[in-house]
Structures are given as C-alpha cells and as structure tokens.
Design a binder for this molecule. Sequence first.
Ligand code: APR
Ligand code: ZN
Length: 357
Amino acid sequence: MRALVVREVGGTPRVEEVEPPPLGPGRVRVNVRAAGVCHSDLSMVNGTLTPPYPLVLGHEAAGVVAEVGDGVRRVAPGDHVVLNWAPPCRECWHCGHGEPWLCDRSGGPATPGGRTSSGEPLHVTLGLGAHAEQVVVPEPAVIPVPADLPFEAAALLGCAVLTGVGAVRRTTGVAPGDSVAVIGLGGVGLSAVSAARAAGADPVIAVDVSPAKADLARAAGATDFLLGDESLSRAIRGLTGGRGVDHALECVGRSATIRAAWRAARRGGQVIVVGMGSKDDVVGLSALDIFHSARTLRSSVYGSSDPDRDVPELARAVLDGTLDLAPLISDRVTLDDAPAAFDRVARGEGARTVVLF
Ligand code: APR
Ligand code: ZN
C-alpha cells in the first residue's frame, strides 16, 4: 500500500510503497477514504512531539471496513467507520468514572504498523497512521457511522470537530449569552467557533495571527475577528464591557497563546487549553495573578468527549443539516499532494486539507 512516512525529526514526509500491517485477532482493517491534515501531524514532524520513527502520519480519518480479525463484533466488512485515536479500555478508573478521554490505557498495546520496503517496522501516529491506503486498528478504534455521511465530513469528526465542539459543549459548558474568545483558527478553533455560536454565545471573538482567517472565522459564525498581537487583551476588553471574556479557548498549543488566553478571560472566567503543545514550552503566570484573577485554567483532551457516543451524534447533526462542516474544508488533495498540505499547516494557511483516497 502507499503511505505518507516521515523518517526522522525534522524530516520531509514522503509517500512510500510499504507493506500493510497484519490483521490479527480483535483488529479491524480499514480502507481509508478520507484523512485530514491536523496540526498534531505536523507536530510529529517538526519536533513539537517526539514519536518513534519511521512513522506513518495521519490520525483524523474515515473509511470502509475491509476485513475483521477473530472476535470482532462491532463492525463487519463494508461498514463505514470513523477512526478514534484514543479508544478507551472501559475498565480503568477514568473510564469507570465517566472520563473515557482520560483512559489510563488508551489505545491498549501498540498496534503494529506495516513495514517499509526494506522490512523496517513502521510506527503509526496516535495508534492509527491514517495517511495511508489502509490501517489496522483495535476494534474499539472504529466507530460505525451511516453510509450516507460523506467521508470527508466523517474524517473531520474523528479529531478537529470532536475536539473543537467538545471543548465548547463538554469541557467549557458555554451558555447562551456567554462571551467566548477562540485563539487559533485551524480545524479545531473554527469548530469551536461554530459550536460557541450554536450554543448562543455572544460575542464569539475569533483570534488568529493570520488576517486571511477573518473570512473563515465569519463563515464559522464569529461575531468579531481580532489579530493575535500585542493589543489583543485590550481589544477583547473593548468588546466585553472592559472585563474580558467568560471563556477563552486556546486552540494553538503554545505558551504564548495560553498566556494570551489567560489575559483575555475576565476575573473568575475560564481558560481552556485545547491545543497540544511541547513538554519544553513552559507557561509563566505570577502567583499573585493566579490568586487575584480567580480564573480557572483547564485543558480539554479530545474535547472531553466519549467518541462512541459523540461521533454518531455529530454524524446525525451533519446529516440533518444542523452542523455544517463545509467552511472547515479548504483543500481536497490526493496522497501525493499531502506533503504540501503540511507546509500550509506550518504557515497557518487555509482551514483543513482533506486527503481523499
Ligand atoms: N495567535 C493566534 N493564532 C495563532 C498564533 C498566535 N500566536 N500562532 C498560530 N496561530 C494560528 C495559526 O495561524 C492557525 O490558523 O493557529 C491556527 C492553528 O491551526 P492549525 O495549524 O490548523 O491547527 P489545528 O489542526 O486546528 O490544531 C490546533 O490543537 O489538536 C491540537 O495539536 C493541535 O495544538 C494543535 C491545536
Ligand atoms: Zn488531530
């Protein structure tokens, strides 16, 4: 099969002919039909995260079940599925306490990837490696969805949409009339903007360093667009009666933007870190500021969502027209053109690129 592989930190992703992973009991082989290029994929390439290499990229995808191993009950060949990069074990403490997104054993034992043409074992991004014609994943990593859901929409449900929408609805709990700021308008941030608007938030202030994101922000439902520069917290105060927003969502994954979100929130407000940053990027906050501002700082892992419950719910919303993912998809490419999409993500261009197979 063909797969997008990166060989070392800082390496260039290249399409390679590789040996597909073996099936095995409890596993499902999926023919990938659509896969998004998420910032976390770039983070696997540019050193923000340090996975083992050689690595098959991709973790936001949907496809059709090709083959199932012994004991698989959840799906059968021909079923359409969304892939879950954090399948919960349903047995650990967090799973038992209604927090499957924090599963202690998420993903279980590492699924073997395929092999390179020279026989080297391949690792797979977040247990999936979905920038490839096929993946083999544990049964809990496939979520059946209706066959009339377009694959490109289904793919985005697996990461950006579940994360961005979940961050608003589940982690933050936005109520009608709340003020919200979303910093970073990629697939995750734009999903958060549309969910905040749908929840009745007003204003919904969208922030990015790229002025080209203004139109995408408005299409997603933002009431205001601001440039993420030095004047940001003053501009946000100007839109919120001098106070700052009730909820500031950071969708970049950097200390600088976490600090910007911190300053954007009002006293007593919430700061939600949605972006996944580097272990070496330290956020400095003064002890007095933490005390005096009385803000809550929390993170949103996978949108505090249970993908088995929430992906089918989001799929229904797409099909009945209440969730429009069209503004999120800026580019559709073949696998051969996926490397260029990584450059676009690095430059902060466009919304989501979807690789179609
Ligand atoms: N201030 C405001 N916006 C910024 C800043 C900044 N200082 N720096 C970058 N951005 C913007 C970029 O211009 C881009 O529009 O953040 C956006 C990030 O978008 P993507 O790269 O498409 O990221 P996305 O896939 O949405 O993921 C966002 O969530 O899942 C995690 O690892 C992922 O940390 C990443 C975050
Ligand atoms: Zn992702």
